[in-house]
Design a protein around this ligand. Structure first.
Ligand code: GAF
Length: 389
């Protein structure tokens, strides 16, 4: 066994696996959730994103079986032991968290990988439904395990595509490739600048602390699901926009093309397109500023990104807007909702000296508005998926 800083957690998970399934796991893998610094809904438009992996992870202990049975247990979710037959997996039939590991097994099969039965125990401290990609963390931990244990030998790019297939065609959420890429390809101290057209990655140093800042995550507790209609309808608008404008994807529309586009598109589709086009530009500007000047110089871009999602893409909600506005009013240098929207979390880039003031003000504002008390914590870029034992 490899010795890791997570050794107690790994030991506990292995012990529970052994007492549940009768013998030790073949190994333990973990994969992180993510925060997206900027670049929202640009991934499925073949554009640019800048997420990073966080130090909240899903962990799976897995043992390959010699038959086709799958036995799944998690430390949360209250589903108890769930059984399935790996040779009879049916898209959209699985319930709760088990659809993610079963979806990964199914997606590997679709690529021709022979997946035997397996026993799997999962634990996770990525908050569920908080827009921090808890589902992709599970999928990335599972694919890391099954990729190794089946000898499939997929590289990171192919694991990203397989987990996307699991989400799109097994779970039923028409998501892009950002979250898996952050979880599988993240690196401590860096944001992952991903070109979603060719999956090329540049790791961009992001050290808020060095700049006297903290990045606060404000989990609004408004839970969301990308299998609901809002995400799919935004994606459909983008596809319509690209079709009318005669481009393969909105990535191919520049800021200079927007004036002409406004005459060709209905007003809602135009605003959706304008968000994607300007957001791609903001990602490129953020990378440039992080590289040349540092995190203290990206606040205005975060603010503009939020305004664009609120007004043009219309994926914010009153709780996210309140978190962003209150953070800004109490000293944050930039704030925006992060992730797919319709709930989940906001981020606020805040000078260390204002951290407590922002936290207190947001909690007070939520109470005054009658909203559920938010959960507020700091994040820093952490390592991507790895084998722990
Ligand atoms: C969700 C999706 F899973 C991502 O692919 C991405 O589209 C994001 O919403 C919005 O940027 O997290």
């Amino acid at each position: 066994m490899t010795s890791t800083p997570d050794a107690p957690a790994v030991g506990a998970l292995s012990g529970l696996f052994e007492s549940t399934f009768g013998s030790a796991p073949d190994g333990v893998w973990q994969a992180p959730g993510r925060v997206n610094l900027i670049g929202e809904h640009t991934d499925y438009n073949e554009g640019f994103v800048l997420p990073f992996a966080i130090d909240k992870t899903a962990k799976v202990a897995v043992r390959i079986r010699h038959d086709s049975r799958v036995r799944l247990l998690s430390t949360f979710g209250g589903q108890g032991l769930v059984e399935a037959d790996v040779d009879a997996l049916v898209p959209e039939a699985a319930k709760g968290w088990t659809k993610y590991p079963l979806g990964v097994a199914w997606a590997l099969q679709q690529r021709g990988v022979l997946v035997p039965g397996f026993d799997l125990l999962m634990d996770s401290d990525v908050p569920l439904g908080a827009g921090l990609s808890s589902s992709h963390a599970i999928e990335c931990a599972v694919i890391s395990a099954l990729n190794e244990l089946t000898g499939a030998g997929l590289g990171a790019e192919d694991m990203v595509l397989a987990t996307q297939r699991a989400e799109n065609d097994f779970v039923g959420a028409p998501t892009g490739i950002m979250d898996q890429s952050a979880s599988l390809r993240g690196s401590k101290g860096h944001a992952v600048f991903l070109d979603c057209r060719d999956q090329s990655v540049q790791l961009v140093p992001f050290d808020a602390q060095e700049a006297g800042l903290v990045l606060l995550v404000i989990d609004t507790k408004v839970s969301h699901s990308h299998a609901d209609g809002g995400y799919a309808s935004r994606r459909a608008s983008c596809e319509l926009g690209a079709q009318v404008l005669g481009v393969p994807a909105l990535r191919d529309v520049g800021i200079g093309d927007l004036e002409e586009a406004s005459g060709l598109l209905d007003s809602t589709t135009f605003r959706r397109v304008r968000h994607i086009v300007t957001e791609n530009d903001r990602v490129l500007q953020t990378v440039e500023r992080l590289t040349t000047e540092g995190p203290a110089h990206i606040g205005r871009l975060l603010d503009a990104s939020h305004a664009s999602m609120r007004d043009d893409f219309e994926i914010s909600c009153p709780e996210l807007d309140l978190a962003v506005e209150t953070s800004r009013a109490h000293g944050a240098i930039g704030a925006r909702m992060t992730g797919g929207g319709f709930g989940g979390s906001a981020i606020a880039l805040t000078p260390v000296g204002h951290e407590q003031e922002v936290r207190d003000a947001v909690v007070r504002a939520f109470a005054a508005a009658g909203f559920t008390t938010p959960d507020i914590f700091t994040v820093t870029p952490a390592a991507g998926a790895t084998r722990l034992a």
